[in-house]
Design a protein around this ligand. Structure first.
Ligand code: NAD
Length: 266
């Protein structure tokens, strides 16, 4: 299957590390010109850019905090200034601020909502406005594609992480409502919902072998995921091979959503 993404332009938010970095590298390998976005770590973003350029790809680096409207506008403008158009937005930036529910501060709640939910609203809105204006052009069958990086916690409740699970549940409804509203404009919007992927965000769950063993009891497929597991699915959803797919959530989780606790008769 040919993905035919060559020459398209993508912004991937929070792409100096983890899943975002894997998506930036993966899309660049398919010939996509990428905008690497970071909030505070310029060195890591530049390392991703060096990797892409070293492999013959094109990439620029733009600092922006996705929870700030003016930053998001500056991010998309930087993309248009450099590449002239936009085809793909991967709304990936996210964070955790964990606490027991009764101990959770308003600041922890707001920080996670601001980045993980409002941040997705801001970057999706900015992309959709551009896609609408561009219409369907020479790059592919859609006017534009948005991937919301959600989580298995858009479905699975998560004690000790109420802010995170609530934000991801919100992303699910945000994605589906946007997809419904923007399908007539030929804008496709889908979520990719990872399970346990080995990145900084969940280091506590895999760094020590005992914790990893415990984590793997939740993963029927028996291994922790890699950034590339997610990046491959993102590339597929952005391609014309997925042109009839919108409003869908694709779980990339080694079977975490399959209620593994019931595998042995419950
Ligand atoms: P990560 O910590 O490596 O990546 C998150 C990135 O977002 C970081 O580069 C961080 O700097 C950036 N970021 C945070 N706040 C930002 C802001 N305000 N503006 C711009 N960038 C900001 O972790 P990751 O696992 O790669 O997470 C990427 C996405 O995947 C997140 O949305 C996360 O919720 C989701 N996810 C991850 C897993 C997993 O197992 N790793 C599972 C489900 C969902």
């Amino acid at each position: 299957m040919e993905l035919n993404l060559k020459g398209q332009v993508a912004i991937i938010t929070g792409s100096s590390t983890g899943i975002g970095a894997a998506c930036a590298k993966g899309l660049a390998e398919e010939g996509v010109k990428v905008v690497i976005n970071y909030r505070s770590s310029a060195e890591e973003a530049e390392a991703v850019q060096r990797h892409i350029k070293g492999n013959g790809g094109e990439a620029i680096v733009v600092q922006a905090d996705v929870s700030k409207e003016a930053d998001v506008e500056r991010l998309v403008q930087a993309c248009l200034d450099e590449y002239g158009h936009l085809d793909i937005m991967v709304a990936n930036a996210g964070l955790q601020q964990d606490a027991a529910f009764t101990e959770m501060s308003l600041e922890q709640w707001n920080t996670v909502m601001d980045v993980n939910l409002t941040g997705q609203f801001l970057v999706c809105r900015a992309a959709a406005r551009i896609f609408r204006k561009q219409g369907v052009h020479s790059h592919g069958r859609a006017a534009g594609k948005i991937i919301c990086m959600s989580s298995v916690h858009d479905e699975i409740p998560w004690a000790g992480h109420v802010n995170y699970a609530t934000a991801k549940g919100g992303v699910k409804m945000l994605m589906e409502s946007m997809a419904q509203e923007l399908a007539p404009d030929k804008i496709r919007i889908n979520s990719v919902s990872p399970g346990a992927i080995k990145t900084d965000i969940n280091k506590d769950a895999w760094e020590n072998p005992e914790d990893l063993k415990q984590l793997l009891t939740l993963v029927p497929y028996g291994r922790i995921g890699e950034g590339t597991d997610v990046a491959n699915v993102v590339a597929f959803l952005c391609s014309d091979a997925a042109d009839y797919v919108t409003g869908a959530t694709l779980y990339v989780d080694g079977g975490m959503m399959l209620f593994p606790g019931f595998a042995d008769n419950g």
